[in-house]
Each structure stands twice: as structure tokens, then as C-alpha cells.
Design a protein around this ligand. Structure first.
Ligand SMILES: [Mg+2]
Ligand SMILES: [Zn+2]
Length: 242
């Protein structure tokens, strides 16, 4: 293989860069009864909308912005992951792109608390903002009132990660020599179908993406190399070889 001079690392956020799921974590810590309701309502309400509704419920019972921020700051996040991305970034040939179904406030709050606020070239996720009342207002990235994405691979209506990856690559030409995609979830399957044979997915073991690669990878024509990992210390090892 010719030497890689310009590479892209794409990170999913929940259970990939971070060691938990932001949407679920804040309710598990601050309002477990709301977390329980979400488990049941999940089948009927689109997930981003459900999180938005749950944030409204939390706000109406007096759960504050500070409480939510503090809960995000203590969410499990492996020190080896901080080291891994910081070292690779400092080496200079890697661009980082975050592609997540969480939201901008959750992600930025956590990145800032780890000193990683400058890591990503772009963070593509659902938009969120604090209202003066302390309500965290969350919306889908793809507005439900406008044109919808046309994904046939099974992405949730709020965003097609494959289309977003294509759009990022089109904004950042020329093509990267190599793309490394770090993900764990079923919605990371669509974007990794866009990867080429010289690219690699670092798939977290025992979660939805592993199952989809096993069941649908061949049928859908997955071309990239697949490597599995379980703990962030292994990402640190792998990044050390890139
Ligand atoms: Mg994830
Ligand atoms: Zn898709």
C-alpha cells in the first residue's frame, strides 16, 4: 500500500468515542422513571423526538441545565480514548469527523470537559440549544416538515449517516487516502457501506453493528476491512499503528 498522507477518522459518539449512551445516561442518572417510559415509548415515537419530549418532561419537573451538564461530565469516557485521539491528532495527518445521532449540546459539553473541543473538523448531529428557561430544545437534523432522506439501508428519519458521510467527503475533496470509521450501532452500517477496500471499520464488539456486518455485510457489498475492539485501550493500540 502506498503511504497514507491524508487520512480521515470518523467517530460515532455514543458507545464509540464515549463509553455510554448520552440520551439514556442523563435519564438513568436524573430521572429513571422517564428512562423507563422511554423504553416502552421507543416502539411508537421516533427516537430524537422521544428524547426531546423527555427533556421537556425533565425540565417541567425542575431538572436544571447545571444538573444535566454535570451528569454529562461524569458520563463514562475512557482516558485511553482521550490519549488515543489526542496523539493521532498531534501527529498531523489525520482529520476527525464526528457523525452522531445524539445532539450538539451533549457532544460539545462532553468534548469540552475532556479538553477535546478542537478535535473535530465537523460534528454532524441533531441540533440542540439551551433556552433561557433552562430547557434543552432538541430537533431532528432532517426536519420532519421538509424533504426526507431516501436511505434504504435503515437509517432513522432524523438522519442518514451514509448520506452525511458522502456530503462531508464532497465538502473536503480531494479524497482521503484512507478512512477509518469507529462505530458500534445499527445506524453505523449505512455509512460503512460507502467505504472502499483501503478503508477500515473499527467495530465495537457485541453491539448492533457487529450483527449487521455479520448478517448483511456480504449481501450489501461491504468492501472495507473490519477490525473488532471492545475497550478504548485497544483503539489506542490500533491508532498507534496508523
Ligand atoms: Mg453509537
Ligand atoms: Zn442511511
Amino acid at each position: 500500500m502506498s503511504p497514507v498522507q491524508r487520512q480521515l477518522v470518523v467517530f460515532d459518539f455514543d458507545w464509540s468515542l464515549a463509553d455510554q449512551d448520552t440520551d439514556r445516561w442523563i435519564f438513568e442518572v436524573l430521572a429513571p422513571d422517564i428512562r423507563r417510559e422511554m423504553k416502552t415509548a421507543k416502539a411508537e415515537i421516533q427516537w430524537t423526538d422521544l428524547v426531546a419530549q423527555s427533556l421537556q418532561k425533565a425540565h417541567s419537573r425542575g431538572i436544571t441545565k447545571v444538573a444535566i451538564e454535570n451528569t454529562l461530565k461524569i458520563m463514562p469516557f475512557h482516558p485511553a480514548m482521550v490519549r488515543a485521539v489526542s496523539k493521532l491528532k498531534a501527529d498531523g495527518k489525520t482529520t476527525f469527523f464526528c457523525l452522531s445521532n445524539a445532539n450538539s449540546v451533549f457532544i460539545n459539553t462532553i468534548l469540552e470537559s475532556k479538553g477535546l473541543e478542537l478535535l473535530f473538523e465537523e460534528v454532524v448531529t441533531n441540533p440542540a440549544e439551551w433556552e433561557p428557561s433552562g430547557l434543552l430544545k432538541l430537533r431532528r437534523r432532517v426536519d420532519p416538515r421538509g424533504p426526507q432522506h431516501t436511505c434504504t439501508i435503515g437509517c432513522s428519519p432524523n438522519m442518514c449517516k451514509g448520506a452525511e458521510l458522502d456530503a462531508f467527503l464532497a465538502r473536503h475533496l480531494p479524497d482521503y487516502d484512507r478512512i477509518i470509521y469507529v462505530g458500534d450501532g445499527t445506524n453505523d452500517f449505512c455509512p460503512i457501506l460507502r467505504l472502499r477496500s483501503q478503508d477500515k471499520v473499527l467495530c465495537r464488539s457485541h453491539r448492533g453493528l457487529q450483527k449487521r456486518i455479520r448478517d448483511e455485510g456480504e449481501k450489501e457489498g461491504l468492501k472495507c476491512e473490519v477490525e473488532y475492539w471492545a475497550g478504548a485501550w485497544e483503539i489506542e493500540e490500533i491508532f498507534g499503528t496508523l
